[in-house]
Design a protein around this ligand. Structure first.
Ligand code: CA
Ligand code: CA
Length: 596
């Protein structure tokens, strides 16, 4: 039986996979990952078939074999190097289905591995052209699974779908022109048979948007621009564009022409909430950074957008930083969660977002109404708070970088010290929510920046900032702080300081644990209630990626990608120099409990 060992249906499958394969019976071949598998991902610990370990993005697992008592016995099972001279930042979350792991690496590479043994099954290396322009290292955050396909975005702004068993290209679509600064770094998500993806390139004045394609064919379904003024489109069966409504009202919040190159890149992906049937996407900075060139709120930059998956229309929006002047990309993930209102006892369908601007926002996820907003970092200079009645920030106008046209020579505006720095109270690293503790676990950083504005005009493919800056740590002994945040009370319940800035995501489990990595190389497990250090392991390079966990053959596994890099070494100024002793790398580590 040639090739029978590669048949996707095997013995000893976890419950969720048995259900999936039963559903597939009657057809000639197993159908691979289905919409149903993805929708129930959070409650099926036998696999991890979505970015966020569930479409709501909670990164919570019901597994508890590894817990506060047993975690001391957690040992490595295997490690695999991404190899080559191509290292740099590794920000990827692996996905695991049917005993196989699919993990992306720097320079648009993707590996299929046997999840139990680490045996390499195939590798795809995307051929990258000269002249790609990723702003913040050659990273990738992960792949989506659908049917027999593994789908990911590349640094030259293409979406590539590979056969999950062979690694052969099934379809490939150009999303946009890399010469104009477009690239892709986020993990796509799957909603109702569609692959949903965003674009990177806010520092080059790209046109931010979310796109939906038929996941099996790559054919366009709709495109929703994220800058007010641009037209959205649906696509008919023949692929023809059908106007699908303008995004907002042209020139309402962007007087003049700058909206045409207005940024608002959707570079950190999206989540999907089946309860409300909404896709939630964060949007990046309005371009350029120099806010004096673009009066108004500049919708929908630095916002959370709720989008209907059937039509691609914006159902609600909440702008975290109107008229952003600090590069406070609001791309941070909006994570759905429910809580009981202490006053009424009613269950509230909410979403939490730890924004780059230093505030933690809680919105009603059915309509976007702001429910709570509070600082999750120690110092915020740009606003005195968020007005819960109007939903708007209370600006400290003295702390907006000055208008260069009013400077002495017209070339440099007044320098201000702003906190957080543009690298954010939190950046790309994904937080986790534990429904058992009711806490969000937020990887945060304590830093500020000297920032000033300069004149700038748009030129295709050139950096479009109109600003200069130097990032500075606020404290001598730490920058990173892992914080447990109670979204209802707004209290920081516990915090763990870290010398280097935290840049990796979080996993939390029913075993009462919270896992996260550090640039110093450690994968750590701490008590989810108290933050107490319970276990750590040195992975050999900095961890800037989110850990995952799953179960196979009755054993719980934990995996994380290791490889220092990302935006900090490239943009970090004083901070980059402070951590320049950290070594690059590129590997996957997998752990399970040692049986004595
Ligand atoms: Ca699952
Ligand atoms: Ca930005």
């Amino acid at each position: 039986m040639k090739g029978s060992s590669k048949l996707p249906v095997r013995r000893g499958l976890a419950i969720g996979l048995i259900a999936a394969s039963v559903m597939a019976m009657g057809s000639v071949q197993a159908k691979g990952v289905t919409d149903a598998d993805i929708l129930k991902d959070a409650s099926t610990p036998g696999d991890v078939v979505s970015f966020g370990m569930g479409t709501q993005g909670q990164r919570f697992s019901s597994l508890k074999a590894i817990n506060a008592q047993t975690v001391k016995n957690l040992v490595p099972v295997w490690s695999m190097s991404f190899g080559g001279e191509k290292q740099r930042g590794q920000e990827s979350q692996p996905v695991v289905a049917d005993g196989k792991m699919y993990v992306t690496a720097s320079y648009s590479r993707l590996y299929a591995l046997d999840a139990k043994t680490g045996k390499k099954l195939w590798k795809y290396e995307h051929r990258l052209p000269e002249g790609i322009m990723p702003c913040c290292d050659v990273i990738n955050r992960g792949a989506a699974l659908y049917g027999d396909l593994v789908i990911f975005g590349t640094l030259d702004a293409q979406l590539v779908a590979l056969n999950k068993d062979t690694g052969k290209v099934v379809w490939k679509e150009k999303v946009d022109d890399y010469h104009a600064g477009y690239s892709m770094s986020a993990a796509p998500i799957i909603v109702k048979g569609m692959v949903i993806s965003g674009v990177s390139g806010g520092e080059f004045g790209v046109e931010g948007r979310l796109e939906a394609r038929d996941a099996l064919t790559g054919k366009m379904k709709w495109i929703r621009p994220t800058v007010e003024g641009h037209m959205g489109y649906a696509f008919d069966a023949d692929g023809n564009k059908v106007e699908n409504g303008i995004s907002g009202t042209t020139n309402a919040t962007w007087p003049g022409d700058l909206w045409k190159t207005g940024g608002a890149a959707t570079w950190n992906g999206a989540t999907y909430d089946p309860d409300t049937n909404l896709i939630f996407a964060g949007t990046g900075n309005p371009a350029p950074w120099n806010s004096h060139l673009r009066p108004g709120d500049n919708l929908y930059s630095s916002s959370t957008l709720a989008i209907n998956p059937e039509t691609g229309k914006i159902v609600w929006h909440y702008q975290n930083t109107p008229h952003d002047g600090w590069d406070f990309d609001g791309v941070n993930e909006f994570v759905s969660f429910d809580y009981k209102d202490p006053a009424t006892g009613k269950v509230v369908k909410a979403g939490g977002k730890a924004d780059r601007n230093g505030f933690f926002f809680v919105n009603d996820r059915t309509n976007g109404k702001l429910l709570n907003a509070f600082p999750f970092v120690s110092k915020i200079t740009w606003a005195k708070g968020i007005d819960l009645t109007t939903g708007r920030p209370i600006y400290d106008d003295a702390n907006r970088p000055g208008d260069p046209s009013k400077g002495a020579d017209g070339k440099k505006g007044e320098v201000v010290f702003a906190a957080p720095s543009f690298l954010g109270g939190k950046n790309q690293m994904q937080m986790a929510y534990n429904p058992q503790t009711g806490y969000f676990y937020v990887p945060s950083n304590e830093w500020g920046m000297d920032i000033w504005n300069e004149p700038v005009s748009y030129k295709k493919g050139a950096a479009y900032l109109g600003a200069g800056f130097t990032i500075k740590a606020l404290y001598d002994d730490y920058i990173g702080v892992m914080r447990a945040v109670d979204p209802v009370t707004g209290k920081i319940v516990w915090e763990n300081k870290n010398y280097a800035p935290l840049w990796g995501g979080v996993l939390t489990t029913a075993g009462g644990l919270t896992f996260y990595g550090t640039p110093e190389g450690y994968l750590k497990a701490v008590d989810a209630k108290t933050g107490k250090d319970l276990w750590s392991f040195q992975t050999g390079s900095g961890v800037v990626a989110p850990p995952i966990t799953w179960e196979e053959g009755g054993e719980q596994y934990v995996a994380v990608v290791s490889g220092w890099g990302g935006a900090v070494p490239l943009w970090g100024g004083d901070v980059a120099r402070r951590v320049n002793y950290l070594e690059q790398g590129g590997s996957v580590w997998v752990f399970k409990l040692h049986k004595s």
